[in-house]
Ligand binder design. Structure first.
Ligand code: SDX
Length: 353
């Protein structure tokens, strides 16, 4: 099989993925424990500084991230010049590139990148800099999205978004993380590593799947249309987005967590029919292909129920995965070897002109 499937491409001390005994862990902590007992900022701290912060450390770190939610003037001007028709993933990629031009890398760049991505996204979206006193990334995002309303975000919306940011934060050598490591292995700068990762995540086989999954769910008006519709797509060899995984053959451990949040939210906002449609898609994929949903499938429903525009789903993946990407860049640099595999040549034999 190609795509480096099953190939161990290096060591990491950051997470375990698909290791039956350990399950999905970040720096040794199981993901279920982290969703139940931590928040996104403490998980970011864990990934970047290799320890869960004590309450005072967390408070200081959240205040530091808040203080870093400031855009350089020229970046603000650039974001206002980007048309509203742009793909938000391209806005993030461009914003990170411009930040790298304006603020060459220092040790401060790591926390700055964690703090600034939602600011780049929301400032472009609102056409003005979104600065505010929301202490968590989830609340800042909901505040900035909801037309700058001062109304505090719904506690379930905050909890669900924060949990989703934890679930998306890190996942070993996935395509975008490995791409960032390859860039880091050439001793390039951190902004180039992150620009590489954003571009890689954008693809529908990777991070872009959560947006495609929402479009799939929405194409059905009634639950009784779903089974036949999915079977028809499968017969036409179409991919059902939000399903399958290169590593998880027996199910993505993140999916049950995010599915439960989707169930709660769909009931709260009166979108039970969408949840019913999603479950029939899941059941049909199991009966027809024995393929499970990955994190992206029910994450789409969580974001939709919270009122997040579909085109912001993959950018939210970036707002979270920046923490895993940076942890891997730091790890690659700490024991670096240029990443350069071999190829199997299948071209023409040597030829004379
Ligand atoms: C993420 O790597 C990570 O950790 C990624 C990620 C992370 O946190 O970073 O978990 C996030 O990217 C999750 C994946 C999101 N992508 C999608 O949901 C897109 C749809 N999924 C498929 O494209 C696919 O499942 C992949 C790309 C995710 C994995 O595919 P593989 O391992 O390359 O396997 P494959 O494509 O060779 O599929 C094997 C068989 C094929 O059938 P046959 O040709 O053998 O008959 O399973 C079928 C595929 O057609 N199949 C699907 C399917 N996924 C696999 N058929 C229909 N719909 C699907 N989604």
């Amino acid at each position: 099989m190609t795509g480096l499937a099953g190939i161990i491409a290096g060591d990491t001390a950051i997470s375990t993925v698909g290791k039956e005994s350990a399950g999905l862990t970040y720096r040794g902590y199981n993901i279920t424990y982290l969703v139940d007992h931590a928040n996104f900022e403490s998980v970011a701290y864990l990934l970047l500084y290799n320890k869960l912060p004590a309450p005072e450390e967390l408070n200081l770190y959240q205040k530091k991230l808040m203080s870093l939610r400031r855009l350089p003037e020229k970046l603000l001007i650039l974001l206002k010049a980007i048309p509203q028709t742009a793909n938000p993933m391209d806005v993030l990629r461009t914003g990170v590139s411009m930040l790298g031009i304006l603020e060459p890398e220092t040790p401060e760049s790591i926390d700055k990148l964690v703090a600034i991505l939602p600011v780049i996204l929301l400032t472009w979206y609102q056409g003005q800099e979104v600065t505010n006193a929301q202490i968590t990334t989830a609340d800042y995002f909901l505040y900035g999205l909801n037309e700058l309303r001062v109304k505090p975000s719904d506690p379930l919306f905050s909890k669900a978004l924060d949990a989703s940011l934890i679930l998306y934060a890190e996942h070993e050598f996935n395509a975008s993380t490995f791409a960032a490591r390859i860039t880091a292995s050439t001793l390039s700068d951190v902004y180039s590593c992150i620009t590489t990762a954003i571009g890689t995540l954008r693809g529908p086989l990777h991070g872009g799947a959560n947006e495609e999954a929402m479009k799939l769910i929405q194409q059905f008006d009634e639950p009784d249309q779903v089974e036949a519709g999915i079977k028809r797509m499968l017969s036409e060899k179409k991919l059902i987005m939000g399903f399958g995984h290169r590593v998880y053959i027996n199910g993505d451990p993140r999916s049950p967590i995010v599915k439960d949040l989707a169930r709660q939210l769909s009931e709260k906002v009166g979108k039970q029919k969408l949840f019913a449609i999603a479950e029939i898609i899941e059941n049909t994929m199991w009966t027809e292909k024995k393929i499970y949903p990955n994190l992206d499938f029910y994450s789409a429903l969580v974001y939709h129920c919270i009122g997040i525009p579909t085109s912001f789903f993959t950018p939210l993946f970036v707002v979270s995965r920046i923490t895993g990407w940076l942890a891997h860049v730091i790890e690659q640099r700490s024991n670096n070897k240029l990443i350069r595999p071999l190829a199997n040549y299948i071209g023409p034999e040597p030829r004379q002109i």
